[in-house]
Design a binder for this molecule. Sequence first.
Ligand SMILES: Nc1ncnc2c1ncn2[C@@H]1O[C@H](COP(=O)(O)OP(=O)(O)O)[C@@H](O)[C@H]1O
Ligand SMILES: [Mg+2]
Length: 376
Amino acid sequence: MLAANTLLHNRYLIIRQLGQGGMGAVYLATDQTFGSTVALKETLITDDLLRKAFEREARLLNSLHHAALPHVFDYFFESNGQFLVMQFIPGEDLGQHMKKSGRGFDPQLVLKWADQLLDLLDYLHSHEPPIVHRDIKPENLKLTARGDIILLDFGLAKGAVDQMTLVSNKSLFGYTPHYAPFEQVRGTGTDARSDLYSLAATIFHLLTATLPPDALTRAESALNGEPDPLANLPAMLPMVPAQVSYVLQRALAQKRDHRFANATEMRAALSGAIRAGGVQSSVPPGGTLVEPPPATNPNNPWAQVPTVGHSYSPTAAPVYPSNPPPPGYPSNPPTPTYPSNPPAPAYPSNPQYGQPQPGYGVAQPSVPPTQPQAQG
Ligand SMILES: Nc1ncnc2c1ncn2[C@@H]1O[C@H](COP(=O)(O)OP(=O)(O)O)[C@@H](O)[C@H]1O
Ligand SMILES: [Mg+2]
């Protein structure tokens, strides 16, 4: 760990450590050239090939421009470490936030972030070659001062660096079990649809403050002839309209062919579902970011269904409710038909965070898995 006041690259003065990951630490530092505050992400790899890979990744990240990505300004090598210099995003990550509050976020905010992240994924996945992030989760999300979402941590990104190089180094593989799709856990190869799964699992967590059941547990249920723990998502997500749950359910399909083909499709489906279902904010004017979800949503028939069995841990199998669907919702919901090109959802203004920014560009990256121990 680098001590405060350590000067790196004759330019960056360490202030303190911000986070600790599997591959190194993240530090807050002052860029003495500009007098600005930056985040320095350290990756402790000495291998020469990986050094080249890191260099390519840094160049790629520097060339990416999207409102939901931190700017990467510089990179350098110093004493066994490689450092990315990037925009500092203050505040807690969304995982820390939920741990502290013990609550999910306002559904309206979560769906705004989902839209912003789908725009980012569209941008990343449209890159040539596509960039698959492969580690979308609350711990890798932060908010700007305006309440817009930022996706951090391209450490597992595929497309950013040479695959063969990465394959040669096991430590670069990893995944976070509860958010990783089956194909990533099994190591059979990820693509853009893998990010859609992780995004949907992340949205589930942000709404409920509860980890979604992981892909292996779900596969085991199927093997045992038991229902998929995520079979009845509308009952588990009473704070959003059933239409929104169906979109998430499709993105969470174990078979990737059953998911949306790409981020654009999912984004359109989600905005169509939001328009059709209506999502009420539980943040009162001048209220705080994290509020309990509304007890009922008049637009959502599932809101009357009591929620139980939200706790989930790898040691105790969750008991998910087997609520019968209300009239009009088939137990095995058909894929809803979505308008082919719906307009962007209209989000009511939020006095604390202002209006969502229009015009997010288009976005894509990623690297493969190992031991279920990706951190941060
Ligand atoms: N640009 C940044 N600004 C502020 N904090 C950051 C930034 N990048 C990372 N962090 C903090 O450091 C933690 C670890 O960084 P991350 O990129 O996720 O690396 P890891 O691979 O170790 O998970 C994050 O969860 C976040 O709290
Ligand atoms: Mg991380």
